[in-house]
Design a protein around this ligand. Structure first.
Ligand code: NAI
Length: 255
């Protein structure tokens, strides 16, 4: 028996990294997974892995920052499944922008549009598919939503916003049987962390990883699957009395 048997789960940003690992874990636990991503081709690769392992999944294109695209996703999911049980708002981008006075306006807008507004848009259009039966929503904040990073104020603003947006959603939907929590990863070994190493320092990528491992009490970066198992806890009935919470999984950095 899987912990998500008979459940339908939508995961945004499931082509790589944490979203991909979570799609695999949710499918292993019996869920039918909608792998929604701006890269349809890569999301299809996630689906292939799931089907090879005997799981059920489909890939759907979505740009979470685009209203029409999110509406299309919701329409497709409604027509195909009727209702959903789990929504993992995981799609996100990050990039260094410099100090606030030099931070490019278009980069700030882009990060807010994908990370924060994208979480709002996908929730807005998919929550109606949860209102009848309840469910679990997991938003993705970050340790960068609790503390500041040098030259990344746009990301800090977006992730801090997601943490409090999560609390607002939790009280809005508690009486509908929908739990809403956030997951705050530390530094996790995914393609995203390469975007934090500037072009010139690309060859120093290992140094970035080593430095982060050094400041982490557990002494290493996290693995995507270690985020997926926390997401599984929040998605499943194991967390049936948990809502409005943020779970930090960062190897102890914020301790
Ligand atoms: P990743 O770069 O491996 O995956 C992000 C996924 O989101 C990709 O599949 C990408 O195609 C998709 N995506 C990007 N823009 C999109 C859009 N507009 N619409 C739909 N999909 C889009 O990154 P990772 O590390 O797996 O990140 C997942 C989440 O975890 C993000 O929200 C990130 O901010 C958060 N996070 C990651 C940390 C890390 O150290 N890797 C630390 C803290 C938070």
């Amino acid at each position: 028996m899987g912990r998500l048997d008979q459940k339908v789960a939508v995961i945004t940003g499931s082509a790589t990294g944490i979203g991909q690992a979570t799609a695999l874990v949710f499918a292993e636990q019996g869920a039918t997974v909608v792998c929604a991503d701006v890269s349809l081709e890569k999301a299809q690769q996630t689906v292939e892995q799931i089907t090879q392992q005997g799981g059920k999944a489909e890939a759907v294109h979505v740009d979470v920052s685009d209203v029409e695209s999110v509406e299309q996703l919701a329409k497709h999911v409604k027509e195909t499944y009727g209702t959903i049980d789990v929504l993992f708002n995981n799609a996100g981008i990050d990039e260094q922008g410099g100090k606030v006075h030099e931070y490019p306006i278009d980069l700030f807008d882009r990060i807010i549009a994908v990370d924060l507004r994208g979480t709002f848009l996908v929730s807005k259009f998919l929550i109606p598919l949860m209102l009848d039966n309840g469910g679990s929503i997991i938003n993705t904040s970050s340790m960068s939503g609790r503390a500041a990073d040098l030259n990344r104020s746009g990301y800090n603003a977006a992730k801090g916003g997601i943490a409090n947006f999560t609390r607002a959603m939790a009280i809005d939907y508690a009486r509908h049987g929908i739990r809403v929590n956030s997951l705050s990863p530390g530094t996790i070994e995914t393609p995203l962390i390469d975007t934090l190493v500037g072009e010139k320092e690309k060859e120093q990528g290992k140094q970035f990883r080593d430095a982060n491992a050094w400041i982490t009490p557990l002494g290493r970066l996290g693995k995507p699957r270690e985020m997926a198992t926390v997401a599984l806890f929040l998605a499943s009935d194991d967390s049936s009395y948990v809502t409005g919470e943020d779970i930090t999984a960062d190897g102890g950095i914020m301790a």
